[in-house]
Design a protein around this ligand. Structure first.
Ligand code: BG6
Length: 285
């Protein structure tokens, strides 16, 4: 068996085999490391991140659910919903890392969070599955309505990717997509590839695959998804990085968030018995 249960810095699953290294924290079912054999780390985690119960981890793949930001009316806390700081429990594993470099983990959101929340008082079940392979990282958030009434929620896989220099990357696949620029409040249409030249916080309406070209790391990643109406692209740049206590002042150069989700009015409605799957896959192109 290649994976072990760790408790430092917080509890979770960590696996090493050769130079491969994968990790998930129980809190938030938070995937924080994906590094197949022979590759540089794919996910970014801040050196200033807190690893404390109840506080979000800065980096990896936070699970945003059941609202994005402070919700559509701007009055919900905690920011990005409670799932990323809630406890999940490991419900299944399939570990063939030694044999074929694959590890599958499944987490279920703890029962206390599924129906007891004032801001989201609905019965449901939620699973997070992460598949680590030499070719790709696949993550799936599954939500099933187990109650008698329909409900609506936002979700996102808030993926932080490690890059050589964010000013040098290009993001293709969004040409022609409309987006809300959360920095200026404008709604705009993307023309050509996205390059990062300042604070970037955009919610695109798009179901397309993304290709992230990183000339500094010499790496190209394809980010595909399903069950997702929006792609969110986020880099805090200089001032916002300096203002965030869990984000190093100079770390903005080494990360980009490319998130798959359903947010800001593109939310998901489930009738009784229905299930929604949000999936994101990060592959080496
Ligand atoms: C992005 C949002 O998804 O997450 C940004 O679009 C936000 O507005 C960013 O700043 C980080 O959020 P947080 O809560 O992890 O600091």
């Amino acid at each position: 068996m290649a994976f072990e249960i760790i408790t430092n810095p917080i509890r979770g699953v960590e696996a090493r085999h050769g130079s491969a290294h994968h990790g998930v924290f129980d809190q938030g079912a938070h995937v924080w490391a994906y590094q197949p054999e022979g590759q540089a780390p794919v996910l970014w985690v801040s050196e200033q991140s807190t690893f404390s119960p109840g506080l979000p981890v800065r980096g990896g793949v936070p699970v945003v659910f059941p609202w994005f930001g402070a919700g559509l009316d701007g009055d919900l806390t905690p920011q990005h919903g409670f799932a990323r700081t809630a406890m999940w429990h490991l419900s299944d594993t399939k570990d063939t890392l030694d044999r074929d470099g694959r590890l599958l983990v499944e987490y279920e959101l703890d029962e206390a969070m599924t129906g007891q929340q004032d801001s989201f008082p609905f019965p449901y079940r939620a699973y997070l599955r992460a598949k680590f392979t030499p070719e790709y990282l696949g993550i799936e958030l599954e939500v099933t309505n187990t109650g008698p009434n329909e409900f609506t929620f936002d979700n996102a896989l808030h993926t932080y990717l490690a890059v050589g220099d964010v000013r040098e990357i290009s993001i293709s696949g969004l040409d022609g997509a409309t987006y809300l620029d959360k920095v200026t409040g404008e709604t705009l249409t993307q023309s050509g590839d996205v390059s990062i030249t300042g604070e970037t916080d955009r919610v695109y309406t798009s179901t397309s695959d993304i290709v992230l070209t990183d000339p500094v790391l010499g790496r190209t990643l394809t980010i595909s998804k399903s069950g997702s109406a929006n792609t969110i692209v986020w880099n805090p740049w200089i001032d916002k990085s300096a203002a965030m206590p869990d984000f190093g002042d100079d770390e903005w150069t080494s990360m980009i968030c490319i998130e798959a989700g359903n947010v800001l009015g593109s939310d998901v409605t489930l009738r009784p018995g229905e299930t929604h799957h949000l999936k994101q896959r990060i592959s080496f192109a």
